[in-house]
Design a protein around this ligand. Sequence first.
Ligand SMILES: *Cc1c(COP(=O)(O)O)cnc(C)c1O
Length: 389
Amino acid sequence: MPQTAASVSTTESLDTELARAAAVPLPEADRLAGRFPVTPHPLPATQAQRAQALGDLHFGRVFSDHMAHARWTRDGGWDAHEIRAYGDLTLSPAAAVLHYGQEVFEGIKAYRHDDGTVWTFRPRYNAARLNLSCRRMALPELPEEDFVASLVDLVRTDVEWVPSGEGESLYLRPFAFASEAFLGVRAAELVDYYLIASPSGAYFPNGLKPVSIWVTQDYHRAGRGGTGAAKTGGNYASSLLPQRLAAEQGCDQVCFLDDVTGDNLEELGGMNLMVVDADGTVRTPRLTGTILEGSTRSAILRLLLDAGRTVVETTISLEGLLEGIASGKVREVFACGTAAVVVPLGRLRGDGFDVTIKGAEVTHEIHDRLTGIQYGRVPDPYGWMYRLV
Ligand SMILES: *Cc1c(COP(=O)(O)O)cnc(C)c1O
């Protein structure tokens, strides 16, 4: 699309380390397959059990028959790559992750297209982000192609666990943690990487439903120099109390402000934020080091820009947002992330304010555009989709 005046904007995020990594082509799945040799589950779910599980999908409770695993030692590097039966782990009670939280994770989905093929979305983005998180958490990096190979080998092994209903997917959860049995405080010298898979239903089976948000002024998700840009369990642990307090206020989710001024919007516990103005401009908090750089956020910025919109990464103050909603300058606010895709915000509450947001037109538009690409209903001009099976 030609560069029009309307598409001039400050979208630093289209050229971050993750965006650049995601753009490097991957070998076809056939060439990566086999890096994680399969030891089949001795007693996999029967077809009837699987059909029952796939017939009543929620999120994160049911898991496929297998999991991928590799182990890292300081002396030997990554080794022992395998696909084996999904099951409980044996872990020393002294494993460092249980005490010091040295852990990272990812979230990515496998989508079944109408022709039966199975695809994933920008896997190299998640591979690079896992490594960015690993660096921050002093964990060893996993070669990006091995990360993608684990997706290929697990999804090929458990392909029958990829659901085919509207909005359904096989949610993939890669994670790595310090398994060394040692209570000394230093980076672990024994680390395990796993990938598990959970068939999941549409986040909004009956169409996008606006959620209510509690903006916390008492707690922050991340601070300068902290771990906010890493996908690590500790960030989620620290969000659980404010999330519970938000729920006690009758809100669905909690939104965090920056810790320096306490004025500016950052993100939800696990989703990035976007604001749509009445003039069609879309604004999102810029990446300051305390915000997690979402793959969904990145893709949406690209789609909006290519649709000719003005897209701005900037500072968004809570006060300015509330004024904008009151004056009609702000039409829509939505959150975005892999699990839920796009979530319209219908109500913003906090100490001393309670406002409703009615619009969701651009939110729906972007949801349909992005899921259209992910489910193969429309062409993918970006090469975002990667065929697994
Ligand atoms: C994972 C995550 C997101 C969304 O990232 P996606 O790559 O879009 O799934 C946003 N914020 C936080 C804090 C996250 O952990």
